[in-house]
Design a protein around this ligand. Structure first.
Ligand SMILES: C[S@@+](CC[C@H](N)C(=O)[O-])C[C@H]1O[C@@H](n2cnc3c(N)ncnc32)[C@H](O)[C@@H]1O
Length: 267
């Protein structure tokens, strides 16, 4: 569904994803009712099995905070527990490390499979990287996970300046430091390569940015790509195979998948 909206030309920054056991909901917050109606009609005509779309009008003063009601603290990985920043109680289950987040205007609550899979892979690589690049940082959630998993040098980029602002606030709320930059991946020229690079983007972007993403990884490092819908897995895997890289690990969910490439040795 996220891929569908991206293909329809809709930016993902005011999109909120909620994933329950049986239902997956995506909410788009737009200030223009006719745009909302058009998107709902477009979505309705897409014939995505089991999906339905509807519009609800919120009062001006409510709309920006309405979605927050459905977002409760949850376990992101075996180590991390996400707590919305506005939550009064900062209680975290024993043995877990809290991540405080506000994702207003940025993708990345951690509830979506694409984020969760990437966070889990980063968590499992804890201690095996010190430099981390987050391509399409959104809320900054993956940068936070990477810093808590041992990164000492962290860079995050996002094409959306609004997302970068949100990521900055989230990093600060978690008392962490990451160099964040509003930048298109095509224009990003890092001074060094990174031990670990994560990119949670739509499949078509992963394919078109493939060579750039690979070039950001130091020889022997790791690249995690996510945001791959199950029907696009072969396409993404074949594209990376053409560049000589093969996934070391594939995580598959109900709708999405993520791939870990390791020991890259490109010059
Ligand atoms: C699916 S969200 C991922 C957010 C977060 N990293 C996560 O895993 O939840 C993708 C992010 O990539 C950003 N993005 C899309 N195209 C980009 C590009 N060409 N260069 C940099 N960022 C881009 C979007 O603005 C969005 O914030």
């Amino acid at each position: 569904m996220v891929a569908f909206l991206a293909l329809a030309g809709y930016g993902l920054s005011s999109l909120v994803e909620e994933e329950g056991r049986t239902v997956c909901a995506l909410s788009l917050y737009v200030s223009d009712k006719s745009l909302a109606d058009r998107l709902a009609a477009l979505f309705g005509s897409s014939r995505i099995a089991g999906a339905r779309a509807f519009c609800r009008v919120h009062r001006e003063r409510d709309w920006a905070s309405r979605w927050k009601e459905g977002w409760k603290p949850f376990s992101l990985t075996r180590k991390f527990h996400v707590i919305p920043l506005w939550q009064e109680s900062r209680d975290c289950p024993a043995g877990k490390s809290p991540i405080f987040l506000d994702t207003t205007n940025a993708f990345g609550t951690g509830l979506h499979e694409t984020t969760r899979f990437t966070a889990r892979i980063i968590d499992r690589l804890a201690g095996r990287f010190t430099s981390f690049l987050d391509v399409g940082t959104g809320s900054g959630i993956l940068a936070i996970v990477a810093l808590r998993c041992g990164a000492t040098q962290c860079v995050g980029i996002d094409i959306d300046p609004g997302a970068v602002k949100v990521a900055r606030q989230n990093l600060k709320a978690n008392q962490l430091t990451c160099r964040l930059k509003a930048c298109d991946v095509n224009d990003f020229r890092p001074r060094t390569r990174f031990d670990l690079v994560a990119a949670n983007l739509v499949s078509s972007d992963l394919i078109s940015f493939r060579d750039r993403l690979i070039s950001f990884v130091r020889p022997g490092g790791h690249l995690v790509v996510s945001g791959i819908s199950l029907e696009n897995m072969d396409r993404v895997e074949r594209s990376f195979a053409l560049a000589g890289v093969h996934p070391d690990r594939v995580v598959k969910g109900r709708e999405w998948s993520a791939m870990l490439f390791k020991s890259l040795s490109f010059d």
